[in-house]
Design a protein around this ligand. Structure first.
Ligand code: NAP
Length: 236
């Protein structure tokens, strides 16, 4: 798919899945603009692909207004930017339990709110949930509910914003920057459990999620859908 002449914006593009989507979009000819909270990460990622960047925090609407206010036009928006705490109802503080909703649900909601005036008439948006939405991997009810809420948000926005297309990508467990930042024992236990539980008996790669996102950018008759690059996890 060619993205020549298109402006792709990725909030959370300085690492992980967002960075991989940035690489793919740039390779397909897009101009890529990255957002996130850490200048060094954004400068490194943008430098690698010849893109541009600006600091933004999706939990701060003034920051989102400044970020999108500096852009002329957006053809495709991808919003993997989120950081949160996951855990059981019995153990998490109320603020940790709310953190997925604060950054992953409301962060994406407000990013869409602020991008709307800049969207091209045939633009698309890809939100991020997670396969935990349909198959909870363990005791993490607020995180599970947040992912399900993001999928509902995608359907609701698809109706309101049509003909702008809005879709959701729901990854399974992905071997990449997010898990590399967690303790090795936690990572290995989670990867082992996921590999036993999923149809393809392995965790995923960031590039495999990027494949799904690029597909949703280009699939001009797909809107309101959720795509699960999860190795079949949801079925077992
Ligand atoms: N990796 C997996 O196994 C997996 C599975 C299911 C779902 N997901 C979802 O995929 C998304 C991306 O995850 P990832 O694996 O790519 O992890 P990641 O490497 O941690 O990427 C998250 C990015 O978002 C940025 N970010 C965090 N909070 C932000 C905020 N408030 N405003 C703007 N940017 C923010 C981070 O940079 P700064 O800290 O510098 O801002 C970082 O670059 C997340 O929503 C995650 O829940 C991942």
């Amino acid at each position: 798919m060619s993205l020549a002449g298109k402006q792709v914006v990725i909030i959370g593009g300085g690492s992980g899945i967002g960075r991989e989507v940035a690489r793919r979009a740039a390779a397909a000819g897009a101009s890529v603009h990255l957002g996130g909270r850490t200048p060094e990460k954004l400068a490194a990622a943008a430098g690698e692909i010849g893109g541009t960047w600006q600091v933004v925090d999706t939990t701060d609407q003034d920051s989102l207004a400044a970020f999108f206010g500096a852009l002329d036009r957006v053809d495709h928006l991808f919003t993997p930017g989120a950081s949160y705490t996951v855990g059981p109802l019995r153990e998490l503080s109320d603020s940790d339990a709310a953190s997925p909703f604060v950054t992953k649900f409301w962060g994406q909601y407000h990013a869409v709110k602020h991008v709307v005036p800049k969207l091209a008439p045939d633009a698309s948006i890809v939100l991020v949930s997670g396969a935990a939405s349909v198959r909870p991997p363990g005791a993490a009810p607020a995180y599970v509910a947040c992912n399900a809420a993001v999928e509902g948000l995608g359907r609701g926005l698809a109706v309101e914003l049509a003909p702008i297309r809005v879709n959701v990508v729901a990854p399974g467990t992905i071997d990449g920057d997010l898990w590399a930042a967690r303790p090795a024992a936690v990572r290995e236990a989670s990867f082992g459990q996921y590999s036993r539980d999923t149809l393809l008996h392995r965790v995923g790669k960031e590039s495999e999620v990027a494949d799904a996102v690029l597909y949703l950018f280009g699939s001009t008759y797909t809107t309101g859908s959720t795509l699960y690059p999860d190795g079949g996890y949801a079925l077992r």
